[in-house]
Design a protein around this ligand. Sequence first.
Ligand SMILES: Cc1ncc(COP(=O)(O)O)c(C=O)c1O
Length: 448
Amino acid sequence: MRLPNDDVLKQSSRYLELIGGKAMSTPEKEAFIGETIEAYERFVNRGFLTYRKSVTEAGQFAALEWSGEGAVLKDLLGREYIDALGGYGIFSAGINHPKIVQAVQQQMGRMALNSQELLEPWRAGLARLLAAVTPGELGCCFFINNGTDAIEGAIKLARLYTKRNLFISTLGGFHGKSMGSLSLMGKASFREPFAGGLQDVRFVPYGDADALDQLMCILEATGQQAAAFVVEPVQGEAGGVVPPDGYLQRVREICTRHGTLLIADEIQTGMGRTGKLWGVDHAGVAPDIMCLGKSIGGGVMPLSAFISTPKIWEVMIPNPIIHSTTFGGNPIACVAGIAAIHVTLEEDLPGQAAVKGEYVLKELARLQQAYPQVLKGSHGKGLLIGMEFPTDELGYRCAAGLFKRGVLVAGTYSKARTIRIEPALGIPQKLLEEMVGRLEETFKEIAG
Ligand SMILES: Cc1ncc(COP(=O)(O)O)c(C=O)c1O
């Protein structure tokens, strides 16, 4: 309902005071929490409140995220949570990494966004750095603000280069929810309501290179060819699903043999998450196009990119705005990306993820032996880990039990019975041990 301007000014002034750090008494905080819930109900989406209630115990759904540092976040009432979710993969460098925040603040003090007319130095600088850290001939970049747009761009680039419009994706794969990227989604419930408008895509089981080869042979025999095969090196939203050894090497060989581009979706696996800088590094494979997102913005700015080889990029040259966006490649996001790459290498975040991931998986194997009726299994690479519960209900109970104990986790997009563990890669070992301890308490409680 439209309100008089004076009312809007009063409300926005109040918000600005709180943003500015105005202190609140406990009753004021409680009132603010109530107001926020009401705004979610009326103006955001009350379905989200229903979801929060399903993964928390009595009344706790109303926690308001307020501040954070490293692998710990705090709600408005000052309660601390070990962040074992990492903002679904954006906080690989931790929450508010000081070096990344500082770089962004410095750039903001100069100019936050750009005219889009002059040359943007940090876009160029970040592209140069990415060319230096990505595999093979990858070296030409386009920047946008979220993962789905990176996939959209990759789809357009592959169509432009190959002049084909058929794609292949994997069951269980997740590549975003805008119309193009949604076409690649390996799960019916998100696709069905929009089926009519989706890009033509065929699916193969994840991890099955023979199935991919067979599909490509069938396509060829029927006079068709795919523009690209899109694949995550480890499936992230599916909950840390690791393909068999040798899979990506075979995928690379099959794509090359059939003249189909290989698009690696590194939006979640990139920037050290799986224990190497890129998920494809485990296989020593160079894709034709790579999509980056989430933690490339250092957990401070939204940033994503697609990057390809100079040869493929030629199709973008004649009309350099054949693909363009207002905010893509803006200075503060690119500065965050530069700082994120610096921190990732300087702190050896991939190496830390490898060691800590092994520790967590070992502990989960122990807990599975101790509580087989609760934990059915676990899998993952580096700090991209999924725990499998026998039922969705047990998954919800585990998430709620952990939340009660101050550990933040979440289910996957496909099922609540898979719970992910995806903390900051630099999470201190002591905090990981604390997290495992709270997991054990939760399992003990559920086992009764
Ligand atoms: C592998 C992968 N691709 C694409 C996306 C979509 O990214 P965004 O949510 O930033 O659009 C995600 C998000 O979870 C992802 O994990």
